[in-house]
Design a protein around this ligand. Structure first.
Ligand code: IVH
Length: 590
């Protein structure tokens, strides 16, 4: 049960961090899909554990666990909530969507669907009363957004006054603000020439622009706006379909992208999806899929809403595009466990709005498998729409200029002879704490949440302590004093006392945490737990041998080799024995 609670706490912390990155800084580091997965997992675990749900009744998106808005703009309450969309990555899921709708209406045969582009911009709500733009706000948490009226005023594709007939008493126009690919490129070129930070994608550029305090700067950013729907709609003239509404909205002076389709047959929806999927690179703005909506407003009402999204719509998201580029170099990075990771550097490319210039090649075996050389042309993609990966080498384009990748013989940090890992897929540096590059990563890991967790001692301060000659091995954490810490620029008196206090707190450490903190190759959180449950004390763990280890359920031959290599290394064992004297290592059986 404790580990379940820890998992919940960890998930909440993760979501809090991503909420901060998304809502506060406009700089998401994970895709919406992965974010949704984290939320779903949290809801499930909270149910199992039977503790207070992180979502409130109206399902305000994890408000109490983060997602604060920067207090620059005032709040603006939406008249009707701005919900999210249920999404899938697979167009054939359309059949499940249809089955799902069948639960709410009897005859789905003649239903019309409105299919349009899922624009990858920033959702905005525009409130018009008697034809005049009254306020504009961001989506925020779906219920309350930020008032960005002043900035919206300078976007030329947004009318300040509706023109034409049948002007409604009240209407909330909903759509996406975005930057064209070409304008995004120019914006980043300008930032580079002025030595300023570039935007990682056009969505962040649009979001960052809308939150500018100076509307003149917003104007220069050339923001655009496409309508995709509406919220509150109070009018004497009734409209019965989404299509009818958008046609009317267009007549009032808004832009609606021409690529949309109203149809009934599944085959037509799939045709529309394919057409957009294969032609998306021709569009001068980013899209990340298509949206399929029930066209009839009456049926939309009948089918209704789930907590976070309307039941009458679904987004079908695209897989990341493959983009061609050229390998410029391959570098070899040394990690915490000594494993050498080859990294391919290529001519920077823009994949679904993000500029990427390198991708991990994981290990020597992958280099051989891909048959990759420097100067080769390759296709790259973003796995799960996030992590850059090399799909394959375009062997047909290979020319005489290609150079074979030479694997290093020695560690670039400590010059030790590199060895082959027991599974023969990687090279590693065996010098453990004696290798400066590896030692830095080891010390960071030792003090992190995966290790003994010394609050306040992160990467930045650890580097400073190493540079000041106060930190060589993990033992030195316990030799730190307030005076030593205070002598380091950026660590004041108050923080020094806090860190010293946290260091003494971290001396009480669970056996599994301690084993994990050592950074043994292939021994992470879960393997450390298996080992702690088996050996129950640090001394019996250190007394073990290969045969006992490899007989433990969950510990294979390779892991056993890594452990034996590590604990039979004289320098490592010296450090471990000194740590045992300093720490109070205890075990709680699970
Ligand atoms: S319909 C009730 N249509 O995608 C929700 N949304 O991931 C109705 N989006 O919050 C939304 N293009 O900001 C709809 N053609 C489109 C869209 C679209 C982009 C955004 C919208 C929504 C988000 C959900």
């Amino acid at each position: 049960m404790t580990s379940l609670y820890n998992k919940i706490a960890k998930l909440r912390a993760q979501i809090r961090y991503h909420n901060y990155m998304y809502y506060t800084l406009d700089s998401p580091v994970i895709s919406d899909d992965i974010y949704d997965q984290l939320c779903t997992e949290l809801i499930q675990l909270e149910k199992i554990y039977g503790i207070k749900n992180s979502f409130n009744k109206s399902n305000k998106l994890l408000q109490q666990i983060g997602g604060k808005k920067l207090n620059i703009f005032s709040e603006c309450i939406h008249k009707t909530p701005m919900l999210s969309l249920k999404s899938t990555n697979n167009i054939s899921d359309i059949k499940f969507f249809k089955q799902y709708i069948k639960k709410y209406i009897d005859n789905i045969n003649d239903i019309k669907y409105y299919c349009d582009l899922k624009i990858d911009g920033l959702a905005v709500n525009l409130l018009y009363k008697n034809g005049l733009l009254i306020s504009a706000s961001t989506r925020g948490d779906g219920y309350v957004g930020e008032d960005i009226t002043r900035n919206i005023y300078v976007i030329s594709s947004i009318p300040k006054k509706l023109i034409g007939n049948n002007i409604p008493k009240v209407i909330e126009i909903r759509g996406e603000v975005f930057i064209k690919k070409s304008d995004f490129f120019t914006l980043n070129q300008l930032a580079i020439s002025r030595n300023k930070k570039i935007f990682s994608n056009s969505r962040n550029a649009a979001a960052g622009s809308l939150r500018q305090l100076n509307p003149d700067i917003v104007k220069q950013r050339k923001l655009m706006f496409f309508v995709y729907g509406c919220g509150a709609f109070i009018s004497d003239k009734k409209t019965y379909s989404h299509d009818e509404r958008l046609t009317q909205i267009k007549k009032w002076g808004f832009s609606i992208h021409r690529d949309y389709l109203v149809c009934s047959a599944t085959k037509d929806i799939i045709k529309f999806y394919n057409k957009i999927y294969y032609n998306r690179s021709k569009l001068d703005f980013e899209i990340d899929g298509i949206v399929i909506k029930i066209d009839s407003v009456v049926l939309q009402k009948k089918i209704g809403y789930a907590e976070k999204y309307p039941r009458w719509a679904i987004a079908v998201k695209f897989f990341s595009l493959d983009v061609e580029t050229k390998i410029i170099d391959v570098s070899f990075q040394i990690g915490r466990t000594g494993i050498i990771t080859p990294v391919a550097h290529f001519i920077p490319v823009n994949i679904s709005g993000v500029i990427i210039s390198k991708a991990s090649l994981h290990n020597i075996s992958m280099i051989k498998k891909l048959n990759i050389c420097i100067n080769d042309y390759v296709t790259v993609y973003r796995a799960g729409d996030v992590i850059p990966k090399i799909r394959n080498v375009l062997i047909n384009k290979r020319d005489k200029l290609v150079k074979k990748i030479i694997f290093p013989l020695h560690c670039s940090s400590c010059n030790s002879l590199l060895l082959h890992s027991s599974n023969h897929i990687s090279l590693y540096c065996p010098s453990s704490f004696l290798c400066p590059a590896q030692n830095l990563q080891r010390l960071i890991y030792f003090a992190s949440k995966f290790g003994i967790y010394i609050k306040g001692l992160g990467k930045k301060n650890i580097i400073k302590l190493i540079n000041h000659g106060y930190l060589f091995t993990p033992i030195d954490f316990f030799m730190l004093t307030v005076d030593k810490l205070q002598s380091i620029p950026g660590i004041g008196k108050k923080l020094s006392y806090k860190i010293i206090n946290n260091i003494s707190y971290s001396k009480n450490v669970r056996l599994d945490q301690f084993i994990c903190s050592l950074g043994i190759l292939d021994v992470g959180v879960s393997i450390s737990k298996i080992l702690a449950n088996y050996y129950k004390s640090i001394n019996s763990f250190l007394d073990t041998n290969f045969f006992i280890l490899s007989g433990i359920k969950g510990i294979g031959v390779n892991i056993s080799h890594s452990i034996i290599k590590f604990i039979k290394n004289k320098n490592n064992i010296d450090i471990i024995l000194k740590l045992i004297n300093i720490l109070n290592i205890f075990h709680i059986s699970e």
